[in-house]
Ligand binder design. Structure first.
Ligand code: NAP
Length: 275
């Protein structure tokens, strides 16, 4: 069974380049899918308070029988916990539901800049890192302007998880992350399994290599150092999505996928939306 390679974060933790997304699975579906994914070779699991499936994710982990240190578990908390004490309480609730003593990567799910606590929320995670309760500090849906405020407060997140796929490659965000040693993680890396996978540029490359369109898109992410967390609850698709480390796309193929850039930003604007 082949595992995904890892990238080392600033904190020293090793984040697999490919993992399992668990939205919108409920507890029962999450338990079954997480168990199957771990058997298939997945070691990174992505959940969130907001998905209401942390209990199921924990159940899937326990059923798999895998050693805790083999896994990399990410969760995220909602806007009402943005404050140093609130983050601690959010951690405790997630850890209890997951049945884990520590969480590998804890993310602020959305910055919610209207509240003005998006810096404190990250500082709260940094406190947990010092206490050994998390292995890495992260944000999600932070724009460079939000991250700059975090950096100005003296904290550098390990990871920023943003919506990213060949149709919205987020080049400026990625350049900002790279400049500061922040790893970019792509949510909805397959464009939610929609029209992206039918684009002729994707299908042509898939046919050349004898791959599926999803494998081409996932290879585009990981070959560029982007961590991808595709969701699938189908056993065959789970296996094919992880099987993207035995081939390479040429520079021309990568470039042809950039022609799919629609010029549109992410679907929801994190200055306006958040939970
Ligand atoms: N931080 C955030 O704000 C945020 C927001 C959204 C999502 N996320 C995270 O990112 C994860 C992934 O995003 P997502 O679930 O929105 O979208 P996605 O992973 O891009 O796409 C998932 C969809 O693609 C289908 N699919 C998966 N593998 C496939 C394959 N090989 N061929 C064809 N179709 C395939 C899935 O159906 P089947 O299950 O039937 O295979 C599902 O309908 C989420 O699960 C969640 O963990 C984070």
């Amino acid at each position: 069974m082949a595992l995904a390679p890892t990238v080392q974060l600033r904190s020293g933790a090793h984040l697999p380049l490919l993992g399992l997304g668990t939205w919108p699975l409920d507890d029962d579906e999450a338990a079954a899918t997480v168990g199957r994914a771990i058997e298939t070779g997945y070691r990174l699991i992505d959940t969130a308070e907001n998905y209401r499936n942390e209990k199921g994710v924990g159940e899937g982990i326990r059923r798999s029988g895998i050693a805790r240190e083999e896994l990399f578990v990410t969760t995220k908390f909602n806007r009402e916990h943005h404050g140093r004490d609130g983050v601690r309480r959010a951690f405790e609730t997630s850890a209890r539901l997951l049945g884990l003593e520590y969480i590998d990567l804890l993310l602020v799910h959305w910055p919610n800049p209207d509240q003005g606590h998006h810096v404190e929320a990250v500082q709260g995670i940094a406190d947990l890192l010092e206490q050994g309760l998390v292995r890495a500090v992260g944000t999600s849906n932070y724009k460079p302007a939000h991250l700059q405020q975090v950096l100005d407060a003296g904290v550098v997140p390990d990871v920023n998880q943003i919506q990213l796929d060949p149709q919205r490659p987020r080049i400026e965000d990625r350049a900002f992350h790279d400049e500061h040693g922040i790893v970019t993680e792509s949510w909805s890396p397959l464009g939610q399994g929609g029209g992206l996978l039918q684009e002729s540029a994707v299908v042509a490359i898939a046919e050349t290599h004898g791959l599926t369109p999803a494998q081409v898109v996932l290879r585009w992410h990981v070959q560029q150092g982007l961590v991808a967390i595709p969701k699938s609850s189908d056993p065959n698709r789970l296996a094919q999505n992880l099987d993207v480390f035995g081939f390479e796309l040429s520079a021309e193929e990568i470039a042809s996928l950039y022609t799919l850039d629609t010029g549109q930003a992410e679907i929801v604007d994190s200055d306006e939306f958040g939970h």
